[in-house]
Design a binder for this molecule. Structure first.
Ligand code: X2X
Length: 342
């Protein structure tokens, strides 16, 4: 009897001791969570991060305070290190273009495949599909972060300081800055350009000094960051690639928040990305006129010219589909094909 009582007390004692520890772990919210964005709030991408942080702060009554670090400053501007840094605990919140994470998680390169999503109808169909919301999200989860919502970084257009680019051959010998992605490297090299991978921070002085002739980025960025002042006089609206904008939280941080707060944070991300998509598409609808108004020569390819670009990208597309994840990309392709019939 006595022994049993001692055991019981021991167990209860343990529980009493253990209880506050568990409570403490659940309530261990940090005073600040660090969010990395490559660009600042002058662009829809950075604005999305800012809105997300504000929505979360307001709706949790300040329990969750997300601080934005633009210019990928948490990784000294090396945007391709973001995902790895998130895994190391240097970044808590990602609000970024997965192409920058493709060296860490290969599926993150999938959305940037050339001409995968040729228009916004295809884009929306892919983003809303199970292939993204279940398959891709699961890959992100297993890689270390909870994915919350998907926005849009925008269709990437070519710009350069030398000449109007109408067809793949026009790219011959052009020094083009690209993000650190061997896929982009192959696409550009395949068309005869001379691609150089560098961070966005390094790209701006490289354009200003003429170390590179061109680059590719959404026209919203071209306008917002006044890329024409870096000597970029020609733009081609070829819509070859449109990366998503993904908001995700490092798994240990996500797990430290209560289910109620998780729900609030997810809804905040959904609202922020909805507003982001609206902004990106507002710009997209008027970007040709807006960039022309700066005195920049904008080429809008004809359907026949568009076909030439697509043909020129077929081989790198096939190679990178095979390398990234043919099953997943096959699903994206089916969704796009269905969206064309609908
Ligand atoms: O560096 C770029 O080109 C940017 C800002 O678009 C990305 O981070 C993919």
């Amino acid at each position: 009897m006595k022994r049993r009582e001692i055991l019981k007390t021991g167990a209860a004692g343990g529980a009493v001791l253990g209880f506050p520890t568990i409570l403490k772990a659940q309530n261990a919210y940090r005073p600040e969570y660090k969010m990395s964005t490559v660009v600042g709030t002058a662009l829809a991408w950075g604005k999305c991060g800012e809105n997300f942080g504000n929505f979360v702060r307001e709706r949790t009554n300040g329990r969750i305070n997300i601080k934005q670090y633009p210019g990928s400053s948490l990784v000294q501007g090396q945007q391709d290190r973001e995902f790895a840094a998130m895994r190391q605990g240097i970044i808590d919140v990602l609000c970024g273009a997965p192409i920058n994470w493709s060296g860490t998680v290969r599926e993150c390169g999938a959305f940037a495949l050339p001409f995968l999503m040729p228009d916004h109808k295809a884009y929306d169909a892919v983003v809303q599909s199970d292939a993204v919301q279940k398959d891709f999200f699961d890959i992100i989860r297993k890689s270390g972060a909870e994915p919350l919502a998907v926005g849009e970084t925008g269709y990437r257009q070519l710009s350069n300081s030398k000449r109007a680019i109408r067809k793949p051959e026009d790219l011959k010998g052009l020094k083009v800055r690209i993000v650190a992605s061997p896929m982009y490297q192959e696409i550009m090299a395949g068309m005869g350009a001379n691609p150089t991978a560098m961070s966005w921070a390094d790209a701006q002085p490289a354009m200003a000094s003429g170390a590179v002739d061109g680059q590719e980025n959404p026209m919203e960025l071209f306008l917002g960051l006044k890329v024409h002042t870096l000597g970029q006089k020609f733009v081609t609206k070829w819509n070859y690639s449109n990366d998503i904008l993904l908001i995700a939280i490092a798994n240990p941080i996500w797990q430290s928040w209560s289910p109620q707060d998780q729900k609030i944070v997810r809804e905040a991300a959904i609202d922020a990305t909805k507003e982001n998509i609206r902004q990106v598409r507002d710009y997209y609808a008027k970007d040709v006129e807006a960039v022309r108004a700066l005195g920049v020569d904008v080429t809008v390819p004809t359907p026949a010219e568009m076909e030439q670009w697509q043909i020129a990208c077929r081989r790198p597309y096939a190679r990178w589909k095979a390398q990234i994840n043919p099953g997943l990309i096959g699903k994206f392709e089916e969704v796009v094909a269905r969206s064309r019939k609908a």
